[in-house]
Design a protein around this ligand. Structure first.
Ligand code: FMN
Length: 234
């Protein structure tokens, strides 16, 4: 119940549901009832409300808790705010205070320090990240380092980053197959490509590959050369 897309909200799905609290209750009760006995917890993700004049995130959280929802993730923006402005962590804190189920704070968390600050300021049970993990999945290692050991680990060496990129590509191909795998990997290579020194050229090469084998070989070459550059510099 967080998606802001017009084509979703026009059908009264996604965050548009926040405008109809009784319907939210009925949907959640039905989903929780359907999952009963499976051992699978049902969780909910919402925004803070439809717009700034209707921030009903706390009311929706209470409805969710009463329906048996196990945990709640809150993207700290209203639907009307799309991705504009700063996430409202104050509202996330208010929602957290309204219920006893775990609340997970989401929105604009892009570093270990920010994750720590958001946890402290909202009292949330956890944090959720989206965009900051695109092209940088090692951010979770940094965050866990700070939260668990109290220090952000040294940045990963280029070779370790390259290994993660290549392993990620292989996983995408295995999971999605040749055609979808090629397309989905392009999107990730677009993000990973920002690491490279000559991003536009590398990006053009990634996009030009017409099968997963040549796409992988291209990524292997580009990121391999990128690792060599540090060796030269050293
Ligand atoms: C390209 C894109 C696709 C997304 N798809 C989903 C989705 O399918 N389901 C969902 O709950 N949130 C989705 N989100 C929202 C994110 O989960 C998250 O709530 C939002 O990006 C704010 O967090 P962030 O600042 O860490 O990115 C998507 C966000 C982006 C940018």
């Amino acid at each position: 119940m967080g998606c802001p897309a017009k084509k979703v909200c026009n059908r009264l799905c996604g965050s548009a549901l926040l405008q109809d609290e009784p319907l939210v209750g009925r949907i959640l009760e039905a989903v929780v009832a359907a999952a009963q006995g499976t051992g699978v917890p049902v969780t909910l993700k919402t925004r803070t409300g439809w717009d700034r004049a209707h921030r009903n995130g706390a009311a929706v959280a209470r409805i969710a808790e009463a329906a048996g929802i196990a945990a709640l993730a809150i993207h700290g923006r209203t639907r009307a705010d799309f991705y504009e402005g700063e996430a409202e962590y104050d509202t996330v804190r208010e929602i957290r205070a309204a219920v006893s189920i775990p609340v997970i704070a989401n929105g604009d968390i892009d570093s270990a320090r920010k994750a720590r600050d958001v946890l402290d300021s909202t009292g949330a049970a956890g944090v959720m990240l989206g965009r900051a993990a695109q092209g940088a999945p090692w951010i979770f290692r940094d965050i866990n380092g700070l939260l668990v050991q109290g220090v952000v680990p040294e940045p990963l060496a280029r070779a370790a980053q390259r290994d993660i990129v290549l392993e990620h590509l292989q996983s995408i191909y295995t999971f999605h197959g040749e055609d979808s795998g090629l397309r989905i990997a392009r999107k990730h290579l677009g993000w990973y490509g920002k690491l490279l020194d000559d991003t536009p050229t590398a990006r053009a090469r990634f996009m030009a590959a017409t099968d997963t084998a040549s796409q992988f070989a291209c990524a292997d070459r580009e990121f391999g050369a990128w690792c060599e550059q540090t060796a030269d510099a050293a």
